[in-house]
Design a protein around this ligand. Structure first.
Ligand SMILES: Nc1nc2c(ncn2[C@@H]2O[C@H](COP(=O)(O)OP(=O)(O)OP(=O)(O)O)[C@@H](O)[C@H]2O)c(=O)[nH]1
Ligand SMILES: Nc1nc2c(ncn2[C@@H]2O[C@H](COP(=O)(O)OP(=O)(O)OP(=O)(O)O)[C@@H](O)[C@H]2O)c(=O)[nH]1
Ligand SMILES: [Mg+2]
Ligand SMILES: [Mg+2]
Lengths: 286, 279
């Protein structure tokens, strides 16, 4: 169990009040393994561990701290530099676009997010712009019906951009409009193009990249593509209720120049939480 | 000269990094590299042979052993099994189970088998409609009950239907579920106990990282897996997940999913994957 081995090394450290090179390397090795197992990008793990090691060896252990606390503090700061920010969600009129890879949890998160805004007192609706996946309309319309969320979609229409245009007209009276889109990846040029066209019509205030917590080394390349295509304002990490640690989130945040807005922790409508950096970081490093 | 631990340190470390960048799970990388190391230490280094190349050759063989299928292929199993062959598809949420069932259905239909689909996801909104649309497009019957009904009963009905009509294959869909949800894993055990599928296929995605190892392990422990179909390889995924899952289950990878259309299903071939990894 990786978490335990890191704790053991830390406990060895606790009895020292200065760091020697050998102890630092041992600790760094354990940190590296924890991060790699948490799916953090390999190059990023190497860069982070290099920073942590340099700082651990050169910085003075503060009065009253022991070596263990010294390194923990450094690790926490290095992570906070990347993940410390939470996407600001204003409670005002806005258009939101949900994008991401196939199966990442966009549709489910769309309904969850709509409920979030509804509970904050905003008139919220959902627009189904996934005109590709069999049953996409049924999935989202049923989900919205069950949870009393106003819904717009066009079952027969294969043109996602049209559906969005019509939806914006039909749902004018709603303050928050959340648009669900079909899954797509970096190599699907026609779908990336469709996403750009939806973006141009919707002019969203928020473009959320919905990412599965279990995503592996693909996170960097995919996040970059979505960012280059339309610009991403926030990341939603889903399925954190399993065993995946969501290390890909670090790449997503760096590549998109944004931050994490929410996390998905289950299939139910309330299983959406505002991102908490401390809790996320502590689970990541075990 | 003899290869010693010091000679191997750098080439092995580079290999570890390469494998991890190739999306192989950390624990599997460590297990493979440690077996490569013990294979190599003490070996005679041929004159002029570069340590890097020797290490890579041994690694190639090591990975080949992890992913090779010594058993029957999927097509052979279908051919040899008593009909109706019942195939259960399982996995965590969103990996591509329902879409994969449609692809497998098309493949079987093209080979001349009769197929019926069982809508065993009675939980998620739109799940019934999704499989029904695939059924319509493929001209195949879908056995379904209402949302909220017992998935074991739906699948049972589909098998009875197949027996009564002399249908060759039953493809049973199930709801996605987290391997950590004991109630849902118990539900899956019940489905398997009541319906005794001939094949239990784990559907996971090539874009998953280390978690694929954990979930393959837990699904295998909970209900036993006969093989895997790995989806979403077209996202330019490196294929390392295939090694992780093969390693932990010891079962074959039957197919790769390479897109969202019915023809996007390719038979797993070791050489193809080895070329992808070793360039
Ligand atoms: N356990 C768990 N399951 C989730 C979570 N978010 C979504 N899911 C499930 O993951 C599966 C895929 O979710 P969808 O919302 O359909 O994903 P999607 O991104 O819209 O999929 P595509 O539209 O096909 O790209 C469904 O079974 C959801 O119920 C989560 O936070 N936890
Ligand atoms: N690019 C790509 N997408 C795929 C592949 N297989 C499935 N998908 C897509 O992945 C998404 C999820 O597929 P589903 O078949 O609904 O997945 P599932 O496992 O049944 O999902 P749940 O029942 O909600 O757990 C859909 O958008 C599919 O079109 C594949 O091989 N490549
Ligand atoms: Mg969707
Ligand atoms: Mg499904």
């Amino acid at each position: 169990n990786l978490g335990n081995s890191l704790k053991e090394t830390f406990n060895k450290l606790a009895r020292l009040n200065k760091i020697d090179k050998k102890i630092a390397e041992e600790i760094i090795k354990d940190v590296q393994r924890a991060l790699l197992q948490a799916d953090v990008n390999v190059k990023l793990v190497m860069k982070l561990s290099e920073n942590i090691k340099k700082r651990a060896l050169k910085e003075e252990v503060l009065e009253g701290f022991d070596a263990k606390e010294h390194i923990s503090k450094i690790i926490y700061e290095e992570f906070s530099n990347i993940l410390g920010k939470v996407t600001e969600i204003e409670l005002k009129r806005q258009n939101i676009m949900m994008v991401g890879l196939q199966g990442s949890g966009k549709t489910t998160s769309t309904a969850k997010l709509a409920k979030y805004f509804q509970r904050k007192g905003l008139k919220t609706c959902v627009i189904c712009a996934d005109t590709f996946r069999p049953g996409a309309y049924d999935q989202l319309s049923q989900l919205c019906k069950v949870h009393s969320i106003p819904f717009y979609g066009e079952k027969g229409n294969e043109n996602a951009v049209d559906v969005v245009k019509n939806g914006l007209n039909e749902m004018k009276e709603y303050e928050v409009k959340i648009v669900d889109t079909a899954g797509r990846h970096a190599l699907e040029d026609d779908l990336i193009q469709e996403m750009k066209e939806i973006n141009a019509v919707l002019k969203p205030d928020h473009k959320f990249l919905v990412l599965d917590a279990a995503i592996g080394q693909e996170a960097e390349v995919q996040s970059r593509k979505f960012s280059e295509a339309i610009g991403i304002t926030g990341v939603i990490i889903t399925k954190l209720d399993g065993t995946a640690k969501g290390g890909g989130a670090l790449s997503a945040v760096s590549e998109t120049g944004s931050s994490i807005a929410f996390i998905g922790v289950g299939e139910r409508i309330d299983d959406l939480e505002k991102f908490d950096p401390d809790s996320f970081i502590s689970k990541l490093v075990g | 000269s003899i290869l010693n631990e010091k000679d191997l340190e750098e080439p092995l470390w580079n290999l570890e990094l390469a494998l991890m960048e190739g999306n192989v799970a950390l624990l599997v990388v460590e297990a493979i590299v440690s077996s490569v190391k013990s294979n190599l230490i003490g070996r005679k280094k041929k004159l002029l042979a570069h340590t890097d190349e020797i290490v890579e050759d041994v690694l190639y063989e090591s990975i080949k052993n992890v992913i090779k299928n010594d058993g029957l292929s999927f097509d052979e199993i279908i051919e040899k099994s008593d009909k109706p062959v019942v195939i259960l598809f399982v996995g965590v949420n969103g990996t591509g189970k329902t879409t994969t069932i449609a692809k497998v259905a098309k493949r079987l239909k093209d080979k001349g088998y009769s197929v019926v689909l069982a809508s065993g996801d009675t939980y998620r909104t739109g799940a019934l409609e999704q499989l029904e649309i695939h059924g319509e497009r493929l001209g195949l019957k879908v056995i379904k009950h209402q949302y909220g009904s017992d998935p074991s009963a739906v699948i049972y009905d589909a098998i009875e239907h197949a027996k009564a009509r002399g249908i060759d294959v039953v493809l049973a869909d199930t709801a996605g579920r987290m391997h950590t949800n004991s109630n849902l894993m118990r539900e899956l055990q019940k489905i398997k106990r009541i319906n005794s599928p001939d094949l239990t296929i784990f559907v996971d995605e090539a874009i998953a990282g280390n978690d694929a190892l954990e979930r393959a392990k837990l699904f295998d422990e909970a209900i036993g897996l006969d093989g895997t179909i790995l989806t979403k390889l077209d996202t330019d995924a490196k294929g390392g997940t295939a090694i992780s899952i093969s390693y932990i289950t010891g079962k074959p990878i039957f197919f790769f999913g390479t897109g969202q259309s019915y023809d996007d299903l390719i038979i797993f071939q070791e050489d193809w994957l080895l070329n992808k990894i070793f360039g």
